[in-house]
Design a protein around this ligand. Structure first.
Ligand code: ZN
Length: 65
């Protein structure tokens, strides 16, 4: 039973480590991207609030300039 518990603890630590590693990677990638793609905007067609990207994720309308 102790082996089973230690396997669970090791798995949880591994998952936490992977999540932290992934978050570091994604934040580094965002810094390298254009600032324009990081701006939040509202779609003029459907009013959907887009947080990331240059096109509406709901109706695929392009971001107005
Ligand atoms: Zn839209």
């Amino acid at each position: 039973m102790e082996i089973f518990i230690s396997i669970i603890i090791i798995s949880i630590i591994t998952i936490i480590f992977l999540v932290l590693f992934k978050q570091n990677n994604s934040s580094n990638n965002l810094e390298l991207e254009d600032h324009e793609s990081l701006e939040e905007w509202d779609c003029p067609e459907c009013g959907f609030h887009i947080q990331i990207g240059d096109s509406c994720t709901y109706c695929y309308e392009q971001k107005p300039l």
